[in-house]
Design a protein around this ligand. Structure first.
Ligand code: FCB
Length: 527
């Protein structure tokens, strides 16, 4: 994407400055000292959301107009059998207790634009909402259109039109975890993995074919409104809690334990899916929506957590950390970014020509670093394909959520290794115990992005997770990440700004971090 015109940007900022200043005033964030740290002209400021997490829970719309019950996640999160299953780790909250953005999108986007001074917004389309029925028989765009839900298409067009009207550039994720139930039987596969039908990512040929059709259809349908596409969100968070180790931290359907062959198949299905979705979007989105000369810029969103050994003096832990880094950060990204596929996970990769050149940018999601310990039972190495390497013990994995430097480490790793422009597509902290304060987290992470930029890393924008409190997957409504709080029991789903909203507004409005904010959250990003 080309940088937005400097003049328009400055004019917009001046216009919105009043709101940002009013919001920031209470925290003393707007200082006379001017920005201590500036970001490059054209750097995008946004927030990120995902359809399943924000759409449902509308205050006044009829249920059928608001809810999408057609996804594997909907079935997984609402079935009494999975809710009762200890290995599904579900909160029991229904997705219909969400913030109702399907209805309240216009006021949300107005907040992002006017109150936060943002100029971009990351959202996702729900595949199951668009295609409630199987698409297997359809081949052409017209045949697919005949199967698509007119209400879903109209709803997404309305959202995208509103984003444009509010001056927010859309980044659209085509698949943010959820799959239609017609391709993945989440409940059946959770209860009886060996004999379930409709196995989602494990039915490699079918899912790659159908998701590519869906991606191509979406690109044809919405291409005049969208230029920046993400194929998949966090493949690691699909295969690890889906097929290896579901936990309270995160589970994902089918949430089965140590299904190593299925996990490997899921990884390779998602690699193929990304490449075929890329091709489908490239072929179908021929309209340059924002006039920057490029009709489609297509990337993938990946979560990076720097991996450290729990005990740096214990060779087994050091080896475990090295292997986890390889398995989690390299295998997938090498394939999608460079076309180098390690299909038996032995450390050697071969170039597969149909994977090469299919990533225009990389989305980095950053939340924490992890500490790992060797697996004391090597026979149970999580992915036997890695033999003779060992992997880590999932029972003793530790998260460090207060390590902003990890974002710098992730960005420099991704840039040096894969050399693609980067967006920070998610980064955030909920205002609850065990997590760093939202505003401090935000400023520290931004300061580390600044250092990465200074070191030459090509970071193009930042999307805070999230604009509003939403349905945090298996944790339900109990882990609220929003810059705006939404009380799930309030039938109006009113949004209430948290203090970090004013801080973010101040940063976006001045395209930098003020001296006042830098001194309020003193850190030394050079450390
Ligand atoms: C990421 C997901 C996103 C949200 C945040 C908190 O792993 O991509 O949907 O749940 O975590």
């Amino acid at each position: 994407m080309a940088a937005r015109g400097a003049q328009a940007r400055i004019a917009r900022r001046v216009g919105r400055g009043v709101v940002a200043a009013a919001l920031a005033g209470c925290g003393g964030a707007v200082g006379a000292r001017g920005p201590a740290v500036r970001f490059p002209e054209g750097f995008l400021w946004g927030t990120a959301t995902a359809g399943f997490q924000v759409e449902m829970g509308c205050p006044t719309l009829e249920r059928d107009q608001c809810e999408d019950r057609g996804s594997d996640w909907y079935a997984f999160a609402t079935s009494p059998q999975t809710i009762a299953s200890p290995t599904a780790h579900l909160s029991g909250d229904p997705p219909t207790s969400g913030p109702g953005q399907w209805e309240l999108y216009a006021e949300d986007f107005a907040r992002a634009s006017r109150e936060l001074s943002n100029d971009a917004y990351r959202m996702s389309l729900e595949w199951s909402r668009i295609f409630p029925e199987p698409t297997d028989g359809a081949a052409t765009t017209d045949e697919l259109r005949a199967l698509a839900s007119p209400a879903a298409l109209a709803g997404y067009h309305a959202m995208l039109g509103e984003l444009r009207a509010q001056g927010l550039r859309p980044m659209v994720t085509l698949d943010h975890y959820t799959l239609p139930s017609w391709i993945h039987d989440a409940v059946g596969c959770h209860l009886d993995f060996a004999s379930c039908e409709r196995r989602g990512w494990v039915d490699r040929e079918r899912i790659v074919r159908e998701i590519a059709k869906y991606a191509g259809f979406a690109a044809a349908e919405f291409g005049a409104e969208v230029d920046v596409w993400a194929t998949l969100n966090e493949p690691l968070a699909v295969f690890y809690p889906g097929y290896l180790y579901p936990s309270e931290e995160r589970s994902n359907p089918p949430a089965v334990l140590l299904q190593t062959e299925a996990a490997k198949t899921a990884i390779f299905s998602m690699i193929d899916a990304h490449a075929r979705m890329y091709d489908a979007v490239r072929a179908a989105d021929l309209v340059d929506a924002d006039g920057d000369g490029e009709a489609a810029s297509i990337g993938l969103v990946y979560n990076l957590s720097p991996v450290y050994p729990k005990n740096a003096d214990r060779p087994g832990d050091v080896l475990a950390a090295k292997n986890v880094r390889y398995l989690y950060d390299e295998v997938f990204l090498r394939a999608v970014a460079l076309g180098e596929l390690d299909d038996d996970l032995d450390g050697d990769a071969e170039v597969r020509s149909d994977l090469v050149g299919r990533m225009d940018w990389l989305g980095v999601n950053f939340y924490n670093r992890i500490f790992v310990e060797q697996f004391l039972l090597p026979g149970l190495a999580i992915l036997p394909g890695l033999s003779p390497l060992t992997t880590f013990n999932p029972l003793t994995l530790e998260y460090d959520r207060d390590y902003a430097r990890g974002l710098y480490e992730s960005l420099t790793f991704a840039w040096q290794r894969f050399g693609r422009p980067i967006y920070v597509t998610e980064n955030g902290s909920p205002p609850i115990q065990g997590y760093p304060e939202q505003d401090r987290f935000l400023i520290e992470n931004l300061a580390w992005i600044q250092r990465a930029l200074a070191d030459g890393v090509d970071v193009r924008g930042y999307f805070y997770w999230s604009l509003i409190d939403n349905y945090e997957w298996n944790q339900g409504m109990g882990t609220p990440f929003g810059l705006y709080a939404v009380d799930p029991s309030d039938p109006t789903k009113r949004r209430v700004a948290r203090p970090a909203a004013a801080v973010y507004a101040d940063v976006a409005q001045r395209n930098g971090i003020s001296g006042a904010l830098m001194s309020r959250f003193p850190i030394d990003p050079r450390s």
